[in-house]
Design a protein around this ligand. Structure first.
Ligand code: FRU
Length: 507
């Protein structure tokens, strides 16, 4: 090649590389990529699985299909964190095999080595999951979902499936899945809480390998607009009294359409769960928290995490290289509201690691629309907003861009409801019901009101009245949101407003 020609070829090569680099979006900087929420590096994600805290590490396994951005043969992917905020991706933990795909389930730390999987003093982590046989499903069998186990002796890095799988065979119920296992100290046995179509079936075991049926719950209780999935069973403290909580995810049939998480409070005696209320309760009223359950092995603290999407559109949302994220981890507590005891959720305090010092503004009168930046200086996303009012008044807060797109979050006094309206939030052409307004009851009967919002680039989580009402919503503006506008038709004054910017968890 002569000199001139070689110069020419090199120039073309360099400009091609430059064009490519400028077009490619850096990892975790892509359009719509959550900055303070966990999302997979690439490809498909749904339910959180096997969440367990062990030796200072929070393990998060999740439903994953590594070959596509739409749902397919399920694997358990794995991520770890020391602070519930920053996550490290680990190698895939469980691959599909001859018994089927690896559907949702849980993990326990078998401290007493009841399973016998422990070796040389190493405590086994045991995963309990559903084997879903797609061939059986296709052939019209009713017994294609069965429960299996696997163990790890190296902190969840590598897993060995038990040779005797499945450990719990399907008695003939098509939807027979998502085992959540926990240690029942009073009876010195493991309890498996299993979703079985339209109710929960409890099983018990001494060694995680042999399971005996204990009881059923729920055919006539709670919401039944769809199939019961992904349950959880644990206790929360009510002024020194132990209250049992049964979480049951439901799809479809949620309060705002599609997938959602309901819960029951009551008692569990080692055999039977009895609910203490007849009304239906939702942990999150928004459309975009699903399959939510809690971390195992965290002592008295109960930390909840949900998948931040809805089966109505999870497969078609307009993200390119990955699909879906998790909610912010939330601490669950019992709270008295009026004559009810309810579960309240709060973003975990560990978020302070990525929060800036709050900018505090007092007495913001929003009778006329107020552009928040005029009070706090430049608004950037992701961010957190805390609003406190000493009165209960109509209020709305719009997260907006200059293309006229917005998500409006607020409180409607006449209806005594919180709402999130994403009908003009941006892209919604992928599903007919996406562009809509969603509502949630206010439980607090106090004469004051507080709202805390975790706002990421494509989601908002509302925690109202100390977390008594929670709503999660995702959105996809054509241009990133850049401002926040506050308004009230009822002369509301925000007594105290805190604006906090978040650092990305991926930097
Ligand atoms: C819930 C769910 C589970 C199932 C998994 C399959 O979202 O349908 O019931 O185990 O997803 O990916």
């Amino acid at each position: 090649m002569n000199k001139k020609r070689s110069f020419f070829v090199t120039a073309i090569f360099i400009s091609a590389v430059l064009v490519q680099t400028s077009n490619a979006q850096p990892l975790y900087r892509e359009m719509y990529r959550p900055q303070v929420h966990f999302s997979p590096k690439e490809k498909w994600m749904n339910d959180p699985n096997g969440m367990v805290y062990h030796n200072g590490v929070y393990h998060l396994f999740y439903q994953h299909y590594p070959d596509s951005t739409v749902w397919g043969p399920m694997h358990w992917a794995h991520a770890t964190s020391r602070d519930l905020v920053h996550w490290q991706h680990e190698p895939i933990a469980l691959y599909p095999d001859s018994l089927g795909y690896i559907f949702s389930g849980s993990a326990v730390v078998d401290v007493n080595n009841t399973s016998g999987f422990g070796k040389d003093g190493k405590v086994p982590m045991v995963a309990i999951f559903t084997h879903h046989d797609p061939k059986g499903e296709k052939n019209g069998s009713d017994v294609f979902q069965n429960q299996s186990i696997a163990y790890s002796l190296d902190e969840g890095k590598t897993w060995t499936k038990y040779a005797g799988n499945p450990v719990l065979k399907n008695p003939g119920i098509r939807d027979f899945r998502d085992p959540k296992v926990s240690w029942y100290e009073d009876g010195k046995k493991w309890i498996m809480t299993l979703a079985t179509l339209d109710h929960i079936t409890f099983y018990s075991s001494k060694d995680l390998k042999g399971w005996v049926k204990e009881s059923e719950f729920g055919k006539e209780a709670g919401a039944h607009g769809g199939v019961w999935e992904c349950p959880d069973l644990f206790t929360l403290d009510d002024n020194g009294k132990k209250v049992w909580v049964l979480i049951v995810n439901l799809n479809p049939g949620g309060p705002n359409g599609g997938s959602a998480t309901q819960y029951f409070l009551g008692n569990f005696d080692g055999k039977t769960f009895t609910a203490s209320h007849a009304d239906t309760r939702w942990l999150d009223y928004g459309p975009d928290e699903y399959a939510g359950i809690t971390w195992a092995n965290t002592g008295n603290r109960k930390i909840f995490l949900g998948w931040m999407s809805n089966w109505q559109y999870a497969n078609v949302v307009p993200t390119k290289t990955w699909r879906n994220a998790m909610t912010i981890p939330r601490d669950l507590k019992l709270k008295h509201a009026g004559d009810k005891i309810i579960i309240a959720s709060q973003p975990v305090p560990e978020l302070s690691a990525i929060q800036s010092k709050p900018i505090v503004v007092q007495n913001v009168n929003v009778t006329r629309p107020v552009d928040l930046a005029s009070k706090t200086g430049k608004i950037t996303f992701p961010c957190r907003l805390n609003l406190a009012l000493v009165e209960v008044k109509d209020l709305s807060l719009a997260i907006a861009n200059d293309a006229g797109e917005e998500v409006v979050i607020g409180y409607d006094k006449k209806q005594n409801q919180y709402f999130i309206d994403r009908s003009r939030s941006g892209r919604s052409d992928f599903q007919k019901d996406f562009a809509s307004r969603h509502i949630a009851p206010r439980f607090s009967d106090k004469g004051k009101m507080d709202l805390s919002l975790v706002i990421d680039v494509s989601s908002v989580e509302l925690f109202a009245d100390d977390g008594s009402t929670v709503m999660t919503e995702i959105f996809f503006p054509n241009k990133p949101y850049s401002k926040i506008r506050l308004q009230s038709t009822d002369n509301a004054v925000i007594k105290k407003l805190e604006y906090i910017s978040f650092k990305s968890i991926w930097k």
